[in-house]
Ligand binder design. Structure first.
Ligand code: FMN
Ligand code: MN
Length: 453
């Protein structure tokens, strides 16, 4: 059954309100620092709609991804099933993709701005040390300059002029690969930045390349999640499409040979990414809905529950096929959402936890640490995982270290991404000796008892 609220942000907000997961801030907030500060008071709880933004005509939505329970309600599944629901849609896409459809005009083209002025958009400046206003939730749609295959992803973009942005493209990103090939020919890379989309499109655009390789259009994943093709709209000034359902579309080109300062930016690591000369983008046209809502994402729980959640789903899908004993994967929040993974196994043989650890590293290169636990450990509970480390992990046999391996360049504990990965087997021996049998109490429904306080 089609679920339009998973692609259309306006419908999504209505659904959040109906589920009791939305707060509206009626007081005016300053987009410089104050908006993020107000939103942070709700981090991990309700999604926040700032209805009046100082000096700006449009409201701003923030916090769409920071509460997994609210996301599960949107996706219509139980909280613990959320990564599996995404993994199932991704698998369906691999075998029966619901590819996007291109239309001439969409809701995102209701207003075609006569001139480009990024300062007229309510783009907030988040953290106190940030280098300026950042677009950080727009879906970047591009085409491979050789094959024409479409790509969707998210890159932070700093506003540096009325029609100019600077962006950060990590190593290995498909858009960086496209750009480098276009630049070699002295050509710009055309892209659209699509702000204000539903979770199906967001999820599709951050599925890791181990699952959505460079020769596949990951926008199809949005179709498989929402149950209907995602609609794309032809652009006014570039040959790449925009997302018809978006609130705003910025038609842009990434300029060859041009670099301008970008940063600092409060990153998912909890640190600022530094300022340096990075890629330059020129905005050629802005189109929008009549009454649009700007969407922004705060680094922190929001990203843990989006990149992390989608990473878990992708890793689970890949690794459980190689190692059937793997039952679940969790990217813990203390690990910045995607540096630490906990892999849960129901062991059928000795040594298999180490194979699961190696397969997990292969499936998600940003990971620094993988901990394997048994099925009787709650993998989402840091205290329970620590209990497994304390009582099952034997450092003399259970530790894997992989020095000088590629990780995530933003992680300051690495040398620009180069560092050691560690795998920890915190599973009990197989077959399980009596000494490793976990204490269990009877399950009692206390609501049936007479209890006095
Ligand atoms: C809110 C948010 C911001 C992101 N910012 C960046 C960024 O600035 N640079 C980057 O390389 N990746 C960033 N990512 C991660 C990429 O979007 C993600 O890895 C994506 O799968 C890359 O796709 P691609 O390889 O198809 O280009 C961000 C993800 C999210 C959710
Ligand atoms: Mn891609």
């Amino acid at each position: 059954m089609p679920r339009p609220f998973l692609t259309d942000l306006g419908a999504c907000i209505e659904q959040l309100a109906a589920n009791g997961d939305l707060v509206r801030v009626r007081s005016e907030v300053d987009p410089v620092h104050q908006l993020a500060g107000v939103a942070y008071a709700f981090e991990g709880r309700e999604v926040v709609l700032c209805e009046r933004v100082k000096g700006q005509a449009f409201p701003v939505l923030v916090g769409l991804y920071w509460n997994r329970a609210a996301l599960a309600r949107l996706f219509g599944c139980a909280l613990r099933d959320l990564p599996f629901a995404i993994a199932d849609a991704v698998q369906e896409w691999q075998t029966r993709p619901i590819d996007p459809e291109v239309v001439d005009r969409g809701p995102a083209n209701e207003v075609i701005e006569p001139e480009v002025d990024l300062h007229k958009l309510p783009i907030p400046t988040h953290a106190l040390g940030d280098g300026g206003p950042y677009i950080d939730s727009a879906i970047v749609v591009a085409r491979d300059p050789d094959t024409g295959v479409r790509n969707a992803s998210i890159y932070r973009a700093l506003v540096v002029g009325p029609d100019r942005l600077t962006v950060q493209l990590d190593e290995g990103r498909h858009v960086r690969d496209y750009y480098e090939r276009a630049e070699k020919r002295g050509q710009p890379l055309e892209v659209t930045l699509n702000n204000g989309v539903g979770p199906a499109v967001h999820v599709a655009s951050i599925v890791p390349s181990s699952v959505a390789p460079i020769d596949k259009d990951e926008l199809g994943i949005a179709g498989n999640i929402a149950g209907e093709p995602l609609r794309l709209t032809r652009s006014q000034t570039v040959a790449v499409e925009g997302i018809a359902e978006a609130q705003f579309i910025l038609e842009c080109e990434m300029l060859p040979e041009a670099r301008e300062p970008e940063g600092p930016f409060a990153e998912v690591t909890g640190y600022y990414a530094g300022r340096a000369d990075r890629w330059t983008v020129r905005v050629k046209k802005i189109t929008r809905r009549k009454n649009p809502i700007w969407h922004t994402i705060l680094s922190g729980k929001e990203v843990f529950n989006s990149v992390g959640l989608v990473g878990e789903a992708a890793v689970y899908r890949l690794v459980s096929r190689q190692v059937r004993d793997v039952k679940a994967v969790y990217f813990s929040h203390g690990g910045c959402g995607f540096y630490h993974a906990v892999v849960q196994l129901k062991k059928s043989t000795e040594g298999i936890a180490k194979n699961a650890i190696l397969a997990t590293f292969a499936a998600f290169p940003s990971l620094k640490m993988v901990i394997a636990v048994d099925e009787d450990v709650d993998l989402t509970n840091a205290e329970d995982v620590e209990w497994a480390l304390a009582t099952r992990f034997r450092p003399e046999t259970g530790l894997i270290t992989i020095p000088f391996a590629r990780g995530h360049e933003l992680n300051p504990s690495t040398d620009k991404g180069l560092g050691m990965k560690i795998g920890i087997d915190a599973t009990a021996p197989f077959p399980r000796p009596r000494a490793f049998e976990r204490v269990k109490m009877a399950e009692v429904d206390v609501s049936q008892l007479e209890i006095v306080r």
